[in-house]
Structure formats: C-alpha cells, structure tokens
Design a protein around this ligand. Structure first.
Ligand code: 3HC
Length: 697
C-alpha cells in the first residue's frame, strides 16, 4: 500500500485517508494509492462501504498542477473516478477544507458526499487555463443543471458547502469531528440499505431540457467574447453532457482538456499561479515570524494616505492618520467617512462594521500620536525636503522597532532614511492608488535593512490582502519602470506614424486592460509626465526624447478629468473619442523633427510594446532590482493590466521565443540605439537553450 493513502477498516467501513500535504493534491502517488486501496477494499469481504477523506487541512484541492505539461502518469484521474463510481460497494466522500478541481471531481464520482460545515467546493481549473478534466463537466450538470454548474466552472469560485448553490452536490453538512460524523453517516446509509448511486445515471440536472439549452446558449455567447480558450471549451463540454451518452461526453471532455492543458494560455496561467506563491517569499522572512501589527500610522491624508487607511480599517487594524492641520485633517476624515457611508448605502458594508471602522480611525495633527504605532507609512507629496522632514519628526516619536515606510517614487530612500537615527528600519512601498483597491505592492528593500522590518511589512501587506513583491535597491520600482518603457515605446510608435488610437486598439487586442494612452488619460497627463521625468532622472528611460505628452500638457489637455487628453470626452462620448486636434499636434511634432510617417500593423505595435517591457524587465534583473522574471510578471499582471493568460511580459517573451524578441529589439535599434539596446541576458539564455523561466529557480 502506498504511504500517501492510509487504509483502515472500522465496523465494516474501509477508510481511505489521503495524506499528501500541504493540500492533498491528487498527484500520481495519490492516484496510485487510491486505486490500490479501492481494489483492496473491494476484495475485502469484511468491507461493506468505503469512505474517502483527506488527512490534515483539506480534502484534495485538485490535481497536482506541477504534473501538467509533463507526460501523464498512470493511473489517470478520470479512470480512477470512473472506477470509484463503478464500485459495487457504496463509496462516500467526506469533505473539509477546500475540495477543489480534481478533488471535487473525485467527490462527485463517489455515491454520497458529506461535508464539514466550513468546507468549500469549486472548480478553479478555468483560472489555470483548463477545464475540469476528470468527469466534472459531465457529472456536475447532472446534479445541478447547466446554469449553476457552468457558473461554478466559468467563475472558478470556491463556494461554501452550506450555500444554496452547493446543495445539489452535498448530501449532508455536519459539525464537529468530521471523521466520526462521516462514519455515522455511512452507517446510517448501510442501515437504510442505501445502494450505490452513480452520478453518471442521475438525470436531475436534465429535467428541463429547454432551460438547460438556454443556459448553455447564454454562456456560449458570453464566453465567445473572451480571448481565453478554456471557458469556451467548458461550455461545449457541458452542452455535450446533455446531448451525448456519459462515456462519449467524457471523451469530449478529455479531448478539450488535452487541447487546453497543452496551450500557451494554460502554461502562462500555471506560471502565474506559481509566481504568485513565489513572490511573497522574501529571503529576509525565511525561518522568522513577523512581529504582529495592530496599529498603523499614516502620515498624509491625500488620495494615497486615505486609500491606505481604508485598506487597514478593512482588516481590523487601528489607524492613526496624521495631517498637517485641523482643516486638512477634517477634509481627509470627511472623505474617508463619506466613502464608508457609500459602502453602507450600496449594501457592501453593514452599519455595525462601518461604525467599528470609524472607531478605529484616529485623526491627529501631532506626530506624538504615532508613539504606539507598529508601522508608520508616509504618504505626503513626493518632495524630498517634505519627506525628510516627516522622517526627522517620526524619529523623535516612534517606538523602538517601529517600521517606517516611505512611498516615494522619485527619491533615493537613503536620503530619506538618513533623517532617522536607525535607517535599518526604513523601507519603501509602491502600492499604487487608491491603495485599498490595489492587488500588488512592491516593497523597496534597500541594503542593510533589518530583516525584522521586512518581515513585519510583508506580513502587514499579506493581511491587507496585497501580494508583496520585492524590489531591491534605494530607488527601485519594477512596475513603474516597465510601464515607463512600454509607454515610451508607444510614444515612439505614434511619433513615427501611428496614432494613440491605433496603439490603444492594438494593445487592447493584445489583451491589456486599457491601451497605454487611454490609461494615461485616466491617470492624468501631468502625473505621467512626473513619472517619466523620475524614470529619466534615475537612468531608467534613456535615449530618444518624444515631446508629444509635453505638448498636450502645454495645451491644457491633462486627461479625462478635464475632458481632454489624448482623447476628447464630452456628453456625446463620455468614454472618449479620437480628436483631430491631437492628430494635428502629433503631425506638427513629427514634422518639426523631420520624421517621415509610416504605418504600423497591429502586430508590429504589439511587438514594439512587448519588446520594450521585456527589455526593461531584463535590465531590472541585471541590476538586481527584480529577484526573478516571475516577480516582474506578477507585478505587471496584478498592477498594470497585463493579461493574466499571457503570463506577464517575461513569460510572454519565453513563449514568443527570446531570439525573436532580441531580433525585434535589434531591428528597432535602427530608430534609437540607446533605448533599443538588447540586454545581454537574451544572448546568454538563448545560447544555453533556456528562457527567462530558467531564472525563476
Ligand atoms: N498542485 C500542486 N501544488 C499545489 C496545488 C495543486 N493543485 N495547490 C496548492 N499547491 C501548493 C502551492 O503551490 C503551495 O506550495 P508552496 O508552499 O511550495 O508555495 C502550497 O501548495 C500551499 O498553497 P497556498 O499557498 O496556495 O495555500 P493556501 O492555503 O493559501 O491556499 C488553496 C490553498 C486554496 C488550495 C490554493 O492553494 C489553491 O487554490 N490551489 C489550487 C487549486 C486548484 O487550482 N485546483 C485545481 C487543479 S487543476 C485540476 O484539478 C484538474 C482536474 O480537473 C483534472
């Protein structure tokens, strides 16, 4: 018997305990072990029923994702599920933790399901670019109908077993000791003479064929507009479930699964899954627990400070917000309170929780109020003198071991930290605005910082629900540097003959959430100009100058907030339309530089933009700012709208081929050899037959 599967017989019930920490993923050893245990139980006359459960924290949370993309090892999960379902002795699954993907499919193949009250079930496959491939697309709709089953599979959500949505899949929800409760349940079933109940024979979900087909048609229309392949395949499989006999449906599912799992999209999404888990593992944290944070100080009540305050209040932290005077404080607190009230009015926050947040927010104008804070985040205007003054004042009041954090985008952290008696407790943070809505946070770690300071800030960010990514250095930003390079490439394309509208369209078609110019319009052209200047100052953006943005600013076209930027916003087109004035201004600028306009295809635009991002990413790796390519990818996916299904720019480069990207950069260098200078790592990796993934170690 395989050691990952425990086997024990208790009162005629064989208990198959899956023991493959941390999440009991159904890898080859689990499949083999379960298969062996099933045969043993079936051959044992003393066994009347079989109970499958997960040891430790969960029932299996899915197949082992690390096996995807490798040759499949026998026995396969679909075959194992079929064998479980065909068992002549009743098989019961006892679920706890997160019974997801292949784990949930295994449960659906058993004859009865009992679940602990806190358990969650779901099909997260779609988030990995695949579909439930062990009968899930055929069994779930038999139990729940097409609409509910599709919603679960297409969303990838995990739902509580106590929810109405989960009811068709779960026979009994229990409290207390799951093992004991599950054994009692099996005994009850035996006492009642309950027989096997293969899900393949259940037709409850097909009771209303018209409703079934309508539900399929509706989702088919929705997914057809999405660039991802897996959702479309999921809908086809669920459609087949009703139209075809069960075994043929399984064949359709297998073919669709094979197509998806081998696709670039699935490879990219798997990459992001592991990248998200790699990113928060900062070397400073290994083996050391972080000191708990209960009070956070925030200096500055502008947009950035308010967002940080809201994020902290959301997770039960005490917040001390410092403003420079009572009027500014009143205004800032007023805006925070108004936001909380809006949440209540929209039904997104209960009155009691809103009051509780209000009680935990303490507005002050005196830095002394920060004496108990565990972490203090400075969010004042990005002016060196002002920031230095804040840190000088903080040094006088904060307790020993308090972590001090600057949100500077432009200045050297050492110049700021130098104003304190112990610079080893000063870190940088780039969380974007508004902070409470952001997913990713870059932690700037200068040399010589105390590991405990890093651990505390990372733990705080995890608690805030942010994905922390490490950026090493004093002026180190990953996302903003890559974004700057991307926007610079877009600028050059426009100056050389394209238009902001064509570039935006091409990048949306690539999968970016917004085109670069519509995004600048949203953020504000002045803000973007500040970013570009900061990047030019710290040596990130070098080479050819493009002044179109400056010219637009001179013309008062500051972006969406003023009704005009790259686009024109008015009652007729509130989301913006192309403006001939902008085209004329670009033409003038082009002519003044003696540039002969030429056209760029959608593909050329995409190649320029991707190459710029990747080359900048490679530069950040060379400088040691980014630890590994996958950190760059998660920052771009979570913070800057890069399509998750492309895996981030570095993964996208691996898939295109580094040689192709390098060749593009060399070709673009004919226009500007400074900006378009290929990083040496392309050559190194290419000659070793590797991609960026080799640096993710
Ligand atoms: N395969 C392999 N490793 C897995 C895994 C899986 N299915 N799920 C989690 N892990 C690993 C993680 O990589 C991590 O490893 P690390 O410690 O080395 O970084 C470790 O388990 C713990 O995972 P988390 O840090 O994510 O732990 P959490 O407690 O935060 O979350 C979870 C637990 C909700 C189960 C989350 O891990 C998760 O969502 N896992 C993926 C679930 C999933 O996608 N299942 C479907 C797989 S595809 C499938 O089943 C195909 C089938 O239809 C044929």
């Amino acid at each position: 018997m395989n050691e990952v599967i425990g086997y024990e017989v208790s009162d005629g019930i064989a208990i198959l305990g899956i023991n493959n920490p941390p999440v009991n993923a159904v890898g080859a050893s689990v499949r083999q072990g379960l298969s062996n245990a099933l045969h043993r139980a079936l051959g044992d006359d003393a066994v009347q029923a079989i109970l499958i459960l997960g040891e430790g924290r969960t029932f299996p949370a899915g197949s082992d994702i690390r096996e995807f993309g490798k040759p499949p090892a026998d026995p396969w999960l679909p075959g194992l599920c079929n064998a479980v379902e065909a068992s002549p002795k009743i098989v019961v699954a006892a679920l706890h933790g997160t019974a997801l993907g292949g784990g949930f499919e295994l449960a659906l193949a058993t004859h009865y399901r009992v679940a602990a009250e806190g358990a969650r079930i779901g099909f997260p496959e779609v988030t990995l670019g695949i579909l439930p491939g062990a009968g899930g697309t055929q069994r779930a709709p038999r139990l729940a109908g097409a609409g509910d089953a599709l919603d679960l599979m297409l969303s990838g959500r995990a739902i509580s077993v106590t929810s109405a949505e989960a009811a068709p899949y779960i026979d009994k929800v229990v409290q207390g000791d799951l093992r004991q409760q599950a054994l009692s349940y099996v005994q009850e079933l035996l006492a009642q003479g309950a027989g096997t109940r293969p899900t393949r024979d259940i037709r409850k979900g097909f009771a209303d064929p018209i409703a079934y087909q309508k539900a399929v048609a509706l989702r088919k229309e929705v997914v057809a507009k999405r660039p991802e392949i897996a959702p479309q395949e999921i809908v086809k499989c669920v459609e087949a479930a009703e139209l075809l006999p069960f075994d043929m449906g399984l064949t359709v599912e297998r073919a669709a699964f094979d197509d998806c799992v081998q696709s670039d999209q699935a490879a990219s999404l798997r990459h992001v899954f592991f990248a998200e888990r790699r990113a928060p593992k900062f070397p400073e944290i290994s083996g050391q627990g972080a000191s708990p944070v209960s009070q956070v100080g925030i200096v500055g009540g502008g947009v950035a400070g308010r967002g940080l305050a809201l994020a902290c209040l959301e997770v039960d932290l005490e917040v001390v917000l410092i403003e420079r005077n009572s009027a500014a404080l009143r205004e800032s607190l007023g805006k925070i309170n108004a936001y909380l009230d809006r949440l209540v009015a929209q039904g997104r926050l209960r009155g009691q929780a809103r009051d509780d947040r209000g009680m935990r927010l303490h507005g002050k104008t005196d830095f002394v109020a920060l004496s108990e804070a565990d972490v203090v985040i400075e969010a004042v205007a990005d002016d060196l003198k002002e920031k230095q003054q804040v840190f000088f004042q903080l040094d006088a009041v904060v307790r020993e071991g308090a972590v001090l954090v600057s949100t500077t985008m432009r200045h050297d952290l050492h110049q700021i930290a130098g104003k304190t008696g112990d610079p080893g407790w000063v870190l940088g943070l780039d969380i974007g605005t508004p902070a409470h809505l952001q997913q990713v946070a870059e932690v700037m770690v200068p040399e010589g910082v105390e590991p405990a300071a890093v651990a505390a800030l990372v733990a705080l960010l995890r608690r805030l629900g942010k994905l922390p990514v490490r950026a090493e250095g004093r002026r180190a930003h990953i996302g903003r540097a890559v974004l700057g390079a991307y926007r610079h490439a877009a600028d050059m394309l426009v100056e050389d003959g394209s238009t902001p509208y064509l570039v935006d369209e091409a990048m949306r078609a690539f999968g970016m959430k917004f085109g670069p110019f519509e995004q600048i319009d949203r953020e504000g052209l002045r803000e973007d100009r500040t970013l570009r200047r900061a990047l030019a100052d710290n040596g990130t953006l070098q080479g050819r100058q493009v002044s179109i943005l400056d010219r637009l600013c001179e013309a008062g076209r500051f972006g969406r907030s003023v009704g005009q930027g790259y686009y024109l916003y008015d009652g007729q087109s509130p989301s913006g339309r192309a403006d001939p004035e902008v085209i004329a201004l670009i033409r003038e600028e082009r002519e003044s530089r003696g540039i002969a306009a030429r056209g760029f295809s959608e593909e050329e635009i995409q190649r320029h933009c991707l190459a710029a991002m990747v080359n900048e990413g490679a530069r950040l790796l060379r400088l040691g700012v980014a630890r590994c390519p996958s950190d760059i990818d998660v920052v771009m996916v979570h913070g800057y709208g890069f399509p998750r299904w492309r895996g981030g720019p570095m993964k996208a480069a691996d898939l295109v081929g580094l040689w192709a990207v390098q060749r593009d950069i060399e070709q673009f260098a004919q226009q500007d050899s400074v900006f378009w200078s290929p990083e040496p790592v392309f050559d190194t990796l290419f000659k070793a037959g590797q991609g960026f993934d080799a640096l993710n170690g």
